[in-house]
Design a protein around this ligand. Structure first.
Ligand SMILES: [Zn+2]
Length: 440
């Protein structure tokens, strides 16, 4: 017999809640249908937890506990990214069909699986008249994928009610198999900080004109020089404490060749950082702020010299650097006052959450439900809605309690996204145990 939660997940994955930066493109009816289906699937949750609407289709649920001293916030988001390559999917992206022991569809991993697992755990506990030791809040965003306002508005609502969360849990890490070369055990990675995502524009203006009479060092050449300078000169690198701790924890599970390096990660300092940089772009990104030149534009015609040349730069800011230090580095490196640098949007890196009692609770619950996994902290490269909660909470953790293979992690925002049925059921149990274990 399938777990009843699986059918709920299927029903909700079938509703294509695709968010858009341009609000006029959002299909409001689809989001309305999702919220109606959620209320049908989780009647007790809606009856007893007084949902507060947030933004257009976000929800904030409040479950009063025996104490309100150390409230806990469990987050997820109900919107998904669009499907633009349907022909590559093995099964229909909004079909939520079960094949090979998994539910297939957009949003199963990111992030409806997490949302439904949390709801199902709460619904089950409500049926048993369970009362948590502390207040539990569920905060579900509706525009995470487009950096919308639901999360900052949820933070404002909690602030208005005087809620200072003990800890916040959002998407991010997972029970990741094949995550580290030479380590066979799955790693229960919990994000304790995330890089800041900031976008810059480089712009050079000049005379333009006819392509038959070009002058040297025009806007495109100056822009190209700025780009290559930026590409050659990185900001300083170091290995942040969560990465050192991750390596230390993995050391006993690593191959004999890597074990000494990992076990002594804390003492190796610059040597370790050099090893990570040499190991490829992914490990290198763990050590420093990265700059990716993304958009480029110049002249629209082959025989016209550009009067304006532009490049977009996507910057992922490492903990320790700031938007201001990034701008200083960019200006100094480019060293050309004709290249104008402007900030398109900016987010500082999130502060590092402590590994104290709250982290220990997540860790202990991972050990109980996934005994083969090694719980460990890590620095997230991607951005989540939880970054907004760092304003009201020092303990913000990013973890979804699902076993995921490498292929599954790569399917997020791509094609063939699927969540194992057993993995989902384990996830429901993890949330249930987490809530039961919240201390007085
Ligand atoms: Zn997500």
């Amino acid at each position: 017999m399938t777990h009843r939660g699986v059918e709920k997940l299927q029903a909700l994955v079938r509703i294509p809640t695709v968010s858009h930066r341009d609000r006029s493109l959002v299909d409001v009816g689809v989001f309305d249908a999702f919220l109606a289906e959620l209320a049908t699937q989780f009647p007790l949750l809606h009856e007893r937890l007084e949902p507060t609407p947030v933004d257009t289709h976000g929800l904030l649920f409040h479950w009063p506990g025996r104490s309100a001293d150390r409230p806990v916030v469990l987050m997820a988001h109900l919107d998904v990214v669009p499907v633009d390559d349907e022909e590559r999917w093995t099964h229909p992206p909004f079909g939520a069909e079960i094949h090979d022991g998994a539910v297939w569809g957009r949003g199963t991993l990111d992030d409806k699986g997490q949302l439904v697992a949390a709801c199902e755990a709460v619904e089950t506990l409500l049926e048993q008249d369970f009362v948590p030791a502390q207040d539990v809040w569920l905060s579900f965003g509706c525009n995470e994928e487009v950096s919308g306002d639901a999360a900052p508005l949820a933070v404002a609502e909690l602030e208005r009610r005087g809620v200072r969360p003990w800890f916040v849990l959002d998407e991010g890490g997972a029970i990741a198999a094949e995550a580290f070369p030479g380590v066979a055990a799955p790693i229960g990675v919990i994000g304790v900080t995330e890089k800041g995502v900031t976008s810059l524009e480089l712009r050079v203006e000049g005379r333009g004109g006819h392509a038959s009479t070009p002058a040297r060092n025009g806007p495109t050449a100056r822009l190209a020089r700025a780009i290559t300078r930026l590409d050659r000169h990185q900001m300083s690198a170091s290995t942040p404490e969560p990465t050192v701790e991750l390596l230390r924890r993995l050391a006993p599970h690593a191959s004999a060749a890597l074990r000494p390096l990992m076990a002594n990660a804390g003492r190796l300092g610059p040597l370790l950082t050099r090893v990570l940089i040499a190991a490829g772009p992914e490990p290198a990104a763990m050590t420093r702020t990265t700059f990716a030149i993304t958009t480029l534009s110049g002249s629209p015609a082959l025989n016209v010299i550009a009067s304006t040349a532009r490049a977009g730069v996507n910057v992922r800011i490492m903990v320790g650097d700031t938007v201001a230090s990034v701008l200083e580095h960019v200006r100094r490196t480019i060293d050309d006052d004709q290249v104008r640098v402007s900030v398109v949007d900016q987010h500082e890196p999130s502060p590092v959450s402590p590994m104290d009692e709250a982290f220990g609770l997540l860790e202990a619950t991972i050990r109980e439900v996934f005994p083969d996994a090694v719980p460990a902290p890590y620095v997230m490269m991607a951005a989540t809605d939880s970054r907004f909660f760092t304003r009201i909470c020092t303990r913000v953790y990013r973890f979804a309690p699902f076993r995921m293979t490498k292929a599954q992690r790569e399917s997020i925002h791509a094609y063939d996204e699927h969540l194992g049925v057993d993995a989902f059921v384990d996830g429901v149990r993890w949330y249930q145990r987490l809530i039961e274990r919240i201390p007085e």
